[in-house]
Design a protein around this ligand. Structure first.
Ligand code: DGL
Length: 266
């Protein structure tokens, strides 16, 4: 059994939504997390820059001897996942394929909405993946560039957050039966998004779907961690390129446990 940690990367705190699900489904796995909050959001940046920053995070995780890397960021997945996956000799997972498959399973009327960063939406990758498997499904994509900065600044409970979500999602209301949260930051705004879209719309959390794939892969490669005694505290490591304080506040509230965060320069 392989007790090395699993590495997670994101432009900032968004990947914590994937981590929370990993902790729930696979509580004995060790986590190394890198969030590039100093340079977030990635969404409006040119592809070449996102590629460069993503590689810096990948190389950082490789120095930590991880057994697998999870791109807990749709934007990095859209831009760099294919090439990183080809270049490394450990498994590298992204969030877009699992999110696409879940949307196909969920839709009842063949009307799927996808919300994400400007880069993810411009890449058109969700529509391509969904229609490759289910050509009759209509996909309406919408960029929500204001959402990730609200999450990064820990303002998800503010009245500004409600106003921005309400105004941004207006074009999708009543048009879809399923909505893919195609940015890992968005589950932190989930209650507001659900409220605006209406309770009948199924929200797909691409990160949650990705953890199912992690579980399958760990078994497949037989690299799942050995089961530690239930009272043993697993040592996770969280790193941010920005000030650890705000990352720590968001992470501790979201993961419902105190976590230690270190600053790192990439
Ligand atoms: N969390 C990221 C994603 O899933 C990106 C947010 C951003 O940095 O723009 O796409």
């Amino acid at each position: 059994m392989d007790t090395r940690p699993i590495g997670f990367l994101d432009s900032g705190v968004g990947g914590l939504t994937v981590v929370r699900e990993l902790m729930r489904q696979l509580p004995h796995e060790k986590i190394i997390y890198i969030g590039d909050s100093a340079r977030a959001p990635y969404g409006p940046r040119p592809a070449e820059q996102i590629r460069e920053y993503t590689w810096e995070m990948v190389n950082f995780l490789v120095t930590k001897d991880v057994k697998m890397i999870v791109f807990a960021c749709n934007t990095a997945t859209a831009v760099a996942w294919e090439e990183v996956k080809e270049a490394l000799d450990i498994p590298v997972l992204g969030v877009i394929l699992p999110g696409s498959s879940a949307a196909i399973k969920s839709t009842t009327k063949g009307k799927v909405g996808v919300i994400g960063t400007s880069m993810t939406v411009a890449s058109d990758i969700y529509r391509q993946k969904i229609q490759l498997l289910a050509p009759s499904v209509d996909v309406i994509s919408l960029a929500c560039p204001k959402f990730a900065p609200i999450v990064e600044s820990n303002e998800t409970a503010s009245s500004v957050a409600k106003k921005v979500v309400y105004e941004t999602l207006a074009p999708l209301v009543g048009k879809v039966d399923t909505l893919v949260l195609g940015c890992t930051h968005y589950p932190l705004l989930r209650p507001i998004i659900q409220n605006v879209m209406g309770s009948s719309v199924k929200l797909i959390d691409s990160g949650v779907e990705c953890v199912r794939d992690i579980s399958v892969l760990l078994n497949y490669f037989e690299i799942n961690g050995s089961r530690s005694p239930d009272n043993e505290i697993i040592q996770h490591h969280f790193y941010t390129t920005a000030n650890p304080k705000i990352f720590q506040e968001i992470a501790s509230a979201w993961l419902k446990q105190e976590i230690n965060v270190e600053h790192v320069t990439l």
